[in-house]
Design a binder for this molecule. Structure first.
Ligand code: SF4
Ligand code: SF4
Length: 150
């Protein structure tokens, strides 16, 4: 049970959060670590089930979070100042939800107090992905998925 006083995600704007609170917002779903394809004609983009090579498919966490930006140049670091540009993130993402004025869902670990609920609710990518190490880039189109809303 989370007391209202501790529920910083309800009481602070994204910009008011400390660095630690900001990091805690990530639910560990791993969805943003999937490759995305953009249709150059429409500007629409599509998620694939192909994950960054640093993503652990079981924990759905980055295996080298501290060094990720150096190792994976495409990896994006989220910042409160960019909240208006989070539309590429899944609709379930805490950063996007709070940026849109929505609350966190019951399965978010901050709400449930249990890091497993994001997996139990079927939100995480656990058991649903393959690594980019196993998929040639030219085959990404064959891996487009439709189970992520954004
Ligand atoms: S989609 Fe959002 S909540 Fe999920 S892993 Fe990425 S940043 Fe964290
Ligand atoms: S480097 Fe880590 S955080 Fe960045 S996309 Fe890859 S797995 Fe995700």
């Amino acid at each position: 049970m989370v007391t209202e006083a501790k529920a910083f995600w309800n009481n602070k704007t994204l910009g008011e959060m400390s660095a630690r609170e900001w990091e805690q917002l990530c639910d560990g779903c791993g969805r943003c670590c999937l490759h995305k394809l953009e249709d150059v004609d429409t500007g629409l983009f599509f998620y694939t089930n192909v994950a960054c090579r640093l993503l652990d498919g079981e924990s759905c966490r980055c295996t080298n979070y501290q060094e990720r930006l150096r190792i994976v140049p495409d990896c994006l670091s989220l910042h409160p100042d960019d909240a208006g540009q989070f539309e590429w993130l899944p609709a379930s993402c805490a950063y996007r939800r709070l940026g849109n004025g929505q609350s966190l869902e019951w399965w978010h670990p901050l709400v449930s107090g249990d890091p497993e609920t994001v997996h139990q609710a079927g939100i995480s990518v656990r058991g649903k992905i393959t690594s980019e190490n196993d998929v040639p880039r030219e085959q990404l189109e064959d891996h487009v998925i439709h189970w992520i809303d954004f």
